[in-house]
Design a protein around this ligand. Structure first.
Ligand SMILES: [Zn+2]
Length: 247
């Protein structure tokens, strides 16, 4: 049995009385676990297994199986506001999906970035929700250890000027300079302001987005980066749904 801080990222009913949850945990990354009896009226899980809730999980780990047993879950913070607006919910689901897909490498830093990101999303208004979600997403990418190169060209490693207009080449792993861009056809233009915003987000800082068009470009950039990095061909469905909310 292990005890770990955890956040509910997915939950669904299982048979008559149980639920199956996917948890982002601080100690063992993303795990699936069955909460037996969770749907009984006087369940010891109470209302704790709601989506995006943080708490302390006691897990019985089964080394040879993918489905572990959730012995208890003490909720410390429910996040009803995330479900209270379609935009906040869509954004939180997209960030949750990022963790679910990359979560086996989870660390304390990833967990803190997710927790802090959800906290900031809860209080976001419609104008700030995209920027806060993107900040959380890139911070998690940084904590996972595959932040893109933005201060130097990913190919020739020349230091890029702050005002330099560059391209973002997913396959190359970040920004590429004017000389190298011919080597990566199809790379998207990355304006200097957008590159600076990305650097703030990767460093765990907030940065506003000026308009919806810029927000959409940032959403697409992050999704394509994740798809390229994971490379398993599976779509990021929650992420795509989030992009469509504001399209
Ligand atoms: Zn270069």
């Amino acid at each position: 049995m292990i005890e770990t801080a955890a956040i509910v990222l997915h939950c669904f009913d299982y048979r008559e009385t149980s639920r199956i949850v996917r948890l982002a945990t601080r100690e063992v990354g993303v795990v699936s676990a069955i909460a037996r009896g969770a749907r009984r009226p006087k369940s010891r899980f109470g209302q704790g297994l709601d989506l995006f809730t943080s708490g302390s999980a006691q897990l019985v780990m089964h080394p040879s199986r993918d489905l572990h047993t959730l012995a208890s879950f003490d909720a410390s913070r429910a996040r009803p506001l995330l479900a209270g607006s379609l935009r906040r919910f869509g954004a939180a689901a997209a960030i949750g999906e990022l963790c679910l897909r990359f979560g086996t490498e989870a660390t304390a830093g990833v967990h803190d970035a997710l927790e802090g990101g959800f906290d900031r999303l809860e209080t976001a208004d419609d104008a700030s929700v995209a920027a806060r979600a993107l900040a959380a997403g890139w911070r998690i990418v940084a904590e996972l250890g595959f932040a893109p190169s933005l201060e130097e060209c990913a190919l020739c490693h020349r230091t890029l000027g702050d005002d330099e207009e560059v391209r973002f080449a997913h396959r190359a792993g970040g920004a590429v300079c004017a000389t190298c861009r011919t080597l990566v056809p199809g790379a998207r233009a990355l304006p200097a302001a957008a590159r600076l915003t990305l650097r703030h987000w990767l460093a765990g800082e907030e940065a506003a987005i000026p308009d919806r068009g810029t927000a959409r470009a940032h959403q697409r950039l992050l999704r394509e980066f994740l798809e390229e990095h994971l490379g398993d061909g599976r779509a990021f469905r929650a992420f795509v749904a989030w992009e469509k909310l504001d399209a």
